[in-house]
Design a protein around this ligand. Structure first.
Ligand code: SF4
Ligand code: SF4
Ligand code: FES
Length: 236
């Protein structure tokens, strides 16, 4: 088998390694495909569908689909962009998001994507569902109002002996993210920071570290999400 696969994204010729998924291969070729549940180093879960592309005309999650030789991927089309916009709008109305008061503002992937996809006002009604904040842990605050149920924390925050610190409880519209109080009591400052960084939104917040980086100096304050990936293509 060849070590290099060739494929196209919106007509642009790209290369990938066998076994590589479309999101990661696109990134290496300077093409941005939005992700919310996918996270470097974690096995893709395919839960959010924001990375949906068309592969040979069929909708697929780019994070869970491996590149195949000769594949034709559609990414930035009006239809796909509108589908992504719909997903973002649904996420925004389903939670309770008040960006000016959010510790993650400027570093939040959901907020940055809403700017990228030019969302002014969602086309759906806000649900304003009451969700309880959990501040019982000494290092973390779990702000459920902002959770988008991406499962990154569940997959990525584990104790040294492999136990999951976060878990979902209930199902369907009653689903909630929870933190195991006993395990969470043992987490280190580094783990707490990793959990906060892993969460794409402001749902996992470190205690007593508020606004350490000022608004205006944050990741997406000066550079739109995806621009770091796309600048690689410009510099090629
Ligand atoms: S999590 Fe993101 S979208 Fe939600 S309030 Fe915070 S900054 Fe805004
Ligand atoms: S707390 Fe954050 S990382 Fe965990 S499921 Fe919710 S949004 Fe995802
Ligand atoms: S990033 Fe692919 S399904 Fe969420």
């Amino acid at each position: 088998m060849s070590d290099t696969l060739t494929f196209t994204i919106d007509g642009k010729e790209c290369t990938a390694r066998p076994g590589q998924n479309i999101v990661d291969a696109a990134k290496e070729n300077g093409v941005y495909i939005p992700i919310l549940c996918h996270f470097e180093g974690l096995t893709p879960a395919g839960t959010c569908r924001i990375c949906t592309v068309k592969v040979n005309g069929k909708c697929m999650a780019a994070c869970t689909t491996e590149v195949a030789e000769g594949m034709a991927v559609e990414n930035e089309t009006p239809e796909i962009n509108d589908m992504r916009k719909v997903i973002l709008e649904m996420l925004l109305v389903e939670g309770n998001h008040f960006c000016p008061a959010c510790e993650k503002s400027g570093d939040c992937e959901l907020q940055a994507m809403a700017y990228r996809y030019k969302i002014m006002a969602p086309r759906f009604k806000f649900t304003f569902k009451p969700r309880k904040l959990d501040a019982s842990n000494s290092k973390l605050i779990l702000e459920r109002n902002r959770c988008i149920f991406c499962k990154r924390c569940i997959r990525g925050v584990l104790t040294e002996d492999g136990k999951h610190v976060f878990a979902f409880t209930k199902r369907g519209s009653e689903i909630d993210i929870n933190i195991d109080k006993e395990l969470a009591a043992k987490i280190t400052d580094e783990m707490a920071q990793e959990a906060m960084d892993m969460c794409p939104v402001g749902s996992i917040i470190r205690k007593e570290q508020g606004f350490a980086k000022p608004i205006g100096a944050r990741k997406y304050d000066s550079k739109p999400i995806g621009s770091d990936v796309e600048s690689k293509a410009v510099n090629k």
